[in-house]
Design a protein around this ligand. Structure first.
Ligand code: NI
Length: 197
């Protein structure tokens, strides 16, 4: 996929990482807090943002690239324009990258439903119920603490990504019937990919 980008917020020079696909066991582990705020952490966050934009997705949690740390990156604001019918050429603009380290969700209110997808659960989209608003305390790449109040897509996406840090994938929040159906589909696809190798 060719990404066309002209935006100073794009992590130019960063590296694309491999995204882990369900049912990989790393997605089921509870991630560990980040304690060291160094250059390596900054580089990891830039690589995660790059990987997210390249996918292209709106959120990516560290377990999805095989790293069991409490980090996720997000951009719920940028524009994506597919320049050809196959979706092989994508132009992105108006980037608003966000990085959340050691996030903690507080003071949720209301309920909302949104059709979610996940880069680790390819080709599956379904309605998930979430809190409508949520406050999130988190640290930035320098270890400084922040608190923001969120609603709409930002709130939904934060809840989705925060679940990844607790070993929860969105299909596990659906009915048992739907979850079993999707899980079987994903296991079958994994077996097929394995057979093609
Ligand atoms: Ni996800």
């Amino acid at each position: 996929m060719k990404l066309i980008v002209d935006d100073p917020n794009f992590p130019h020079g960063a590296k694309e990482l491999d995204i882990v696909v369900y049912p990989n066991p790393i997605l089921k582990k509870v991630a560990e807090p980040v304690e060291v705020f160094d250059e390596e952490l900054k580089e990891l966050c830039q690589n995660m943002l790059y990987t997210m934009y390249k996918a292209p997705g709106i959120g990516l949690a560290a377990p999805q690239i095989g790293i069991g740390k409490r980090i996720f990156v997000m951009d719920v604001d940028y524009d994506r324009e597919f320049l050809d019918e196959d979706g092989n050429e994508v132009k992105i603009s108006n980037l608003n990258p966000r990085i959340f380290i050691n996030p903690q969700l507080k003071n949720h209110e209301g309920k909302t439903t949104y059709q979610e997808g996940c880069l680790s659960v390819p080709n599956i989209f379904d309605d998930v119920e979430r809190y409508k608003t949520v406050d999130v305390e988190y640290q930035d790449v320098n270890g400084n603490k922040h608190t923001i109040s969120t609603d709409d897509l930002l709130s939904i996406c934060i809840q989705h990504e925060n679940d990844h840090l607790d070993g929860i994938v969105f299909i596990e929040k659906l009915s048992h019937l739907k979850f079993n159906f999707y899980r079987q589909k994903l296991v079958k696809e994994k077996t097929r990919r394995g057979a093609l190798k």
